[in-house]
Design a protein around this ligand. Sequence first.
Ligand SMILES: [Zn+2]
Ligand SMILES: [Zn+2]
Length: 269
Amino acid sequence: MKKSVVSKEYQNLQKDIIALQENWKESINPEAIIPNLDASAMAAGVPAVALTSIDFEISLFLQWIEEINALLIKNNPELETKLAGVMTLLNEETAIRWIDEAFSFNSVYFASFAEENGLEEWIPQFLAETALRPYLQLTAEKIQHEISHAVLGAGCPVCGEPVRLAVLEDEGKKVMTCPRCLAHWNAKRVECAHCGNDDHKTIQYLTIEGDASSQIQVCEKCMGYIKVIDTRQYLSKPSAAMLDLTTIHLDFVAQEQGYQAVGENKQTN
Ligand SMILES: [Zn+2]
Ligand SMILES: [Zn+2]
């Protein structure tokens, strides 16, 4: 999602959504998630959820989408007409398709679904992704003990989300965290999470005036960035999803300066 406008209202809405997702996760039967982690596939960068059998309860998924709609409308009554037709479009077959396509970040599918059904472009993928996350998060919880590192450049080892957030823990240990599935794993302090560059000269840090606990680690080799937040002084540790949200100004700064949350290898002609 493009983070072009981040008002206080938007942040509050996101907080409400995160709270809903935490509730929803409680209603998933943990037995419905059966990981089958293949070491060689994981070593090749295949995210763990792609190696996990998840028995989705479609009625729950549909109920959650209704709840998101209700929250969005409460937040912005103008959305009522825009969201009015959504539930009638969602039968079991479509719901399964939404889950599959949200899994694989297929924004092309969602854009054409929106167009075919006269919905605003952001609506289908936003709803599907929001309702998918509790399953991703429960999967991450189940397999967290097996996740110690990531394949550089492959995104989150559990869900494949591009990496963009790390926290500094005791003794300055750098722990990467995923705002999508909430998995975490260790990383070297000076290392680009996108391309593996560990050269001090081409890994730089941008700092924000008046914000001593945040840094942006940027890589001049691939132009990738991650946010590095020192949470050691925090009284309560926010979840990765909340931390990602409350540090969104860092994404602006990084992107304004030409860095991206997904590294790109520079073409040398
Ligand atoms: Zn993840
Ligand atoms: Zn890099």
